[in-house]
Design a protein around this ligand. Structure first.
Ligand code: ATP
Length: 235
């Protein structure tokens, strides 16, 4: 019998040489949930996202459904539906938007259907299908990176700082997109420095500081938390 929990992290520790980046993290992401990990620069958000996706060795446990992540290659994890969107987006700049999307089709299934979903989600990608990815705006590139991830039909989507460097007006498009991705049944781990954005989308928030989760709860609870209010929501 399998577990239905997409992500269960227990006592996770990751170090870079002498630097302890994650110091005993416990975190669960239930099916269909958006859980957001917030925290300042250097807190360990990227390390956490990368570890979940199998990029780092670790101590403790990271389970993707029934699978201990360290027992699989990253390509196996992708074929099992664990899809990662990096902070750098990693698009192929000299290739068209449409070709970047096609490169996301790692899993078997109906690519045309998924492409229609992505174009419906972010219509600008269809309008600009033939444009080189590197000539797209920052916001459009972020939509493309998320769209490409969706082409692999994720069960768990790991998003590392999707709002990084984006203007507020562009955030609305990404926001609407995230809501619809969740409605489509995708579970999301959202590592995010923009606390307001995270609070607007997440079912639960974990605050990471210096490699440790120091607060965890629903956005409504954490908005009432004096420390979060003062330090992360500008008083
Ligand atoms: P940011 O929002 O600035 O990307 P973050 O919360 O994602 O920050 P990480 O990038 O995970 O934080 O970094 C956590 C800690 O690990 C930092 O102290 C960082 O300097 C350190 N670190 C990250 N990557 C490496 C690496 N490849 N080698 C050594 N130390 C690293």
């Amino acid at each position: 019998a399998g577990t239905e929990t997409p992500l269960a992290i227990e006592d996770l520790r990751v170090s870079y040489g002498k630097v302890a980046a994650l110091r005993g993290i416990d975190l669960r992401v239930g099916s269909g949930e958006i859980v957001s990990v917030i925290g300042p620069n250097g807190a360990g958000k990227t390390t956490l996202a990368e570890t979940v996706s199998g990029f780092h060795g670790y101590e403790g446990s990271v389970r993707y459904y029934d699978t201990e992540v360290s027992t699989r290659s990253t390509s196996d994890l992708v074929s099992e539906g664990l899809i990662h969107c990096t902070e750098e987006r990693d698009l192929f700049g000299h290739m068209s938007v449409a070709d970047n999307l096609s490169l996301g089709t790692f899993r078997r299934g109906n690519a045309d259907e998924r492409r229609s979903f992505v174009y419906d989600l972010f219509p600008v990608l269809e309008e600009r299908a033939d444009q080189h990815a590197r000539t797209m705006s920052g916001g459009e590139q972020q939509m493309l990176a998320i769209g490409r991830a969706l082409m692999s039909s994720p069960d768990l989507l790991v998003l590392d700082e999707p709002t990084l460097g984006l203007a507020p007006v562009v955030l609305d498009d990404i926001s609407d997109g995230l809501d619809r991705i969740q409605e489509a049944g995708v579970t999301i781990l959202l590592c995010e420095q923009n606390v307001t954005f995270a609070m607007d989308h997440a079912d639960r928030i974990a605050l990471l500081e210096n490699g440790e989760i120091v607060r965890e709860g629903a956005p409504a609870e954490l908005r009432e938390d004096e420390y979060i209010h003062d330090v992360y929501l500008g008083g």
